[in-house]
Design a protein around this ligand. Sequence first.
Ligand SMILES: Nc1ncnc2c1ncn2[C@@H]1O[C@H](COP(=O)(O)OP(=O)(O)OP(=O)(O)O)[C@@H](O)[C@H]1O
Length: 464
Amino acid sequence: MSEAVDFERTVMQKQDAPAGECVFVAKVIDGPDRGRTLTLDGAQPSSVLVGQSPACALQLTDREVSRRHIALEPRAGRLHLRDLGSTNGTYLEKLRIIEAELSGGEVVRIGSTCLRFDRMPLAPASAPPPPLNAFGRLLGASPEMRRLYPLCARLARASIAVLVEGETGTGKELLAESLHEQGPRAQGPFIVFDCTAVPANLVESELFGHERGSFTGAVASRRGVFEQADGGTLLIDEIGELDLALQPKLLRALERSEVRRVGGDRARKFDVRVISATRRNLDQEVQAGRFRDDLFHRLAVARIELPPLRRRTGDIPRLARALWSSMGGDEGELPEALVRQWNDDAWPGNVRELRNAVVRRLALGEVELLEPSDAAATDDAVDPAGAAQGAHGAHDAHGATGILEHIISMGLPFGTARQHVLDAFERRYVERTLAEHGGNVMRAAAASGVARRHFQRVKSRSLK
Ligand SMILES: Nc1ncnc2c1ncn2[C@@H]1O[C@H](COP(=O)(O)OP(=O)(O)OP(=O)(O)O)[C@@H](O)[C@H]1O
């Protein structure tokens, strides 16, 4: 392979392929598994794998192929191919590739195996996705979301372990909760454990519980999240962050359906459905030896990958309007121009970021009405760095800077100007937090980290 050209990160894409409903067939045309095929019809819940591991949809015996070598995912008439950090690389003709958009007819080499990818029109018998606009509280009518719903419905009824994958803010927790709510365990508890939310030395006792005196600070016995979730569902969030040393203990607990509290000697049985979620690419984590293959199999009996918001065709305006109404906004008061602007934004924080934008708009309406050109002029003068931000970050900065500029330009004495800024901040903070918590003062106070009475006082003062 001396003549191969290596790229740091390469996205190959043929320009001439027509989009549309189709299936892709991957066929091994050379190598020890010659003749084997894999059909990808887009009905898969997430990307499918090719490699030596039993987790792979196309399992190869080729020793030069990594356990998880490539991932394949049909996307809008093309096949997205991703190398999963393989040892020997993935080659399209002589180019070593990291990612590629295939449109059919390509031959890809992994190890000593050659795969040919053919694209075929979808048989007419294949029905279009059913016209569902949501699964539980997870909204979205894009084809990318709709194709997940039938699987979600089936998984809700089952009790098998599910791994939910997706970027931050794509709704992994909401999906897990919806799976719980739509299934037979709905009456049981839904417990969320976030592997990043507690210090590393406490993760074990949070998961499995502890007995009194088992470590400094263990003043009382405590049930772990498995015991708490008994009869219901446990969401283990950010599973990719779980310390390698703890992974065998979790595996054992799942295999035996029992936990032993830290410092305890009695095994306690549990009846829990486990859903795990991750922002990381767990295939790559397994490949890199940071996540155990056996635990992965236990957790990922089924996999669902939530697409990023930017890939959900038509969902941004729909979600914006639905979120606006659900938070008490009057229909028709969300300006079309703003919805169009949002539709063009990238939303790296996905639905969470869009939701926050809607909340902000509801609470701060008139501030965000600043014309972008006026705001940009002000912003550049005050904060040159602001101009370098992405469209979204810049937009965020304009609101705050706009208020400050406005107050400063009033020519008030320092003390009075500062008081105005504080008043404006308090008013907007209270409005926004209340809007985020459906007007419930108790929950808004808890989210703000202050006592309810204090929050109520600030609210009375600032919203009078
Ligand atoms: N499809 C959706 N419909 C309605 N609301 C959604 C949807 N997806 C996400 N949300 C909302 O966006 C916010 C973020 O969702 P969630 O916490 O489930 O994302 P996540 O993928 O678990 O994020 P993270 O990886 O950062 O933990 C929540 O307020 C959730 O209710």
